[in-house]
Write a protein that binds this ligand. Sequence first.
Ligand SMILES: Nc1ncnc2c1ncn2[C@@H]1O[C@H](COP(=O)(O)OP(=O)(O)OP(=O)(O)O)[C@@H](O)[C@H]1O
Ligand SMILES: [Mg+2]
Length: 253
Amino acid sequence: MREAVDAQARSAISLRGVCKSFGTQRVHDGVDLDVPAGKTTVIVGPSGVGKSVLLKYILGLMRPDEGDVLVAGESVPRMGFQALRRMRSSLGVLFQGAALFDSMNVYDNVALPLRERTKLKEDEIRPRVMEKLAMMRVEGSAHKYPAELSGGMQKRVGLARALQNDPRIVLFDEPTTGLDPETSVHIYRLFAEIQQRLGYTALIVSHDVPRVFRIADFVAFLKDGHIQACLSPAELKNSRNPYVRHVLHLDLE
Ligand SMILES: Nc1ncnc2c1ncn2[C@@H]1O[C@H](COP(=O)(O)OP(=O)(O)OP(=O)(O)O)[C@@H](O)[C@H]1O
Ligand SMILES: [Mg+2]
């Protein structure tokens, strides 16, 4: 009990006994997960297991039938409109495809959150946009349109935009979709470097096993409606959990 309370205190995000059904399909059946603050946690699991739905609870876009979802200790399902808005503004989101606006150049895409959510003037916005573009090493492409960028560059611009509000938590859903394995490794390395520099909590949903494990502080395995195990990379290698070993393609003894 005491351990559970301590874990929750250090957690940026906690899921407690989360259950959800869509019609007769029971997607989540008691999901418990603590996402430690300032670390990178990766959620892996088969397609359709309910990974993206977990991120939707955290964003307050979907509500569990039972259980609770806490962000910085506050229950998301119980938040009112204002609290939800405030909580969302502390999150950065990078979903599949980077979701850049095709009709805007890179600069305008990255400036968008500041123009929409702050009263900053253009001469105050400019250094902030250029700082994030430089951090993601795409400052030379500020004038380009998304269609003129490589897949990897689009993801980097997507993260530059997601970081514009200096989020405490950044959620990633399949951030390397569509990239070749080598570019995926570069992107993960850069994302890990930025996470360590800025110190936000990263929660990454990924199919990219085992590549994504390189940057994980913890890997959570979602299957059959709950988290089967949540392990550090060092613990992974020695895990005797049959499902973990199956994912890692280790032979069962
Ligand atoms: N709004 C919805 N209405 C009905 N069913 C839904 C809804 N959203 C998700 N589901 C179902 O819940 C299950 C989990 O969906 P989710 O998108 O979380 O899967 P996932 O683990 O992210 O899969 P993938 O790896 O393919 O992205 C799926 O079977 C999906 O069909
Ligand atoms: Mg998904």
